[in-house]
Design a protein around this ligand. Sequence first.
Ligand code: FAD
Length: 323
Amino acid sequence: MSKKVLVLGEAREGVLRNVSFEAIAAAKKISGGGEVVGVLLGDSVQSLGEEMIQYGADRIITVEHPHLKQYTSDGFGQGFMAVYEQEKPDAVVFGHTALGKDLSPKIASKLSSGLISDVTDIEGEDDAAVFIRPIYSGKAFEKVKNKDGLLFITIRPNNIPPLELDSSRTGDIASITVEITNLRTIISEVVRKTTEGVDMSEAKVVIAGGRGVKSAEGFAPLQELANLLGGAIGASRGACDADYCDYSLQIGQTGKVITPDLYIGVGISGAIQHMAGMSNSKIIVAINKDPEANIFKVADYGIVGDLFEVIPMMIEEVKKIQG
Ligand code: FAD
């Protein structure tokens, strides 16, 4: 039976995050030829609807309110519930992002629905859809099916490819008015801890530095390589603890979980807690002067050598290739 599926579009500074398009692709599979409805919540999001349609959504519903300018679970919860009540979908897809991880269990429990979180792939369609998700910090995968009734899933960024953008697609963009009341928290200011360039959780290439990088200055060549490859910088907790970089860059069990196309670990030993955050990357390259380093066990390509020699050589080679 074809389904109606709601997808929450996530925007940052007026730009839709890639995971929104990946969520539409997931919703298409679940819908089995039914309807995919994009949901946009914010203070000014109307203009983003068209792009969601071009990536495969059939129509869009927006909720605009000054209290939705910044995410709060109360505000977004009220906005999303209003759309839910109007649409009564069969399934809902969120990104497995900070926002999605906070909001999806809240709404799913309110609706007494189950939630399949951190989905990395979907086999089959419609009622036959089977959801694949990592368990035990990525050491195994489980396949989960929704028994019946309402389905909630969150999808891990960078795993389910978005559909190709089709600029000829059109669809209805409607808005609904919602009173956002009784907020228990109001965000008065957001102070961003900015790092240069691309956001690590959505980056296709991540260059991660460890304690072997030896200093904050030691991260500069890694940043140069990341810039050349259009990638982002990450780090081990060892590097963060040593104050070489900010904790927002930490990858691992107590940091971010990433699945880029290419992860390059530089001067990182490969502790189990670090590998919990990167071992599902598509290609893993490790650079370490110790041939026995644990990270080589999961690496597709290993370079045994001094990172202070290897990274400048890589930068030179990439520059040559890029002309
Ligand atoms: P080290 O283990 O010190 O490794 C440094 C590596 O650099 C060595 O392998 C060395 O051979 C190499 N090296 C040194 N100089 C050079 C050079 N010139 N060229 C090439 N290689 C060189 N860690 C995380 O990363 N993420 C987490 O989320 C996380 N969560 C944790 C949670 C708990 C509860 C605990 C107990 C620990 C956690 N840790 C986490 C810490 C983890 O156990 C390790 O201590 C940490 O990952 C080590 O960081 P590192 O590999 O940079 O440093």
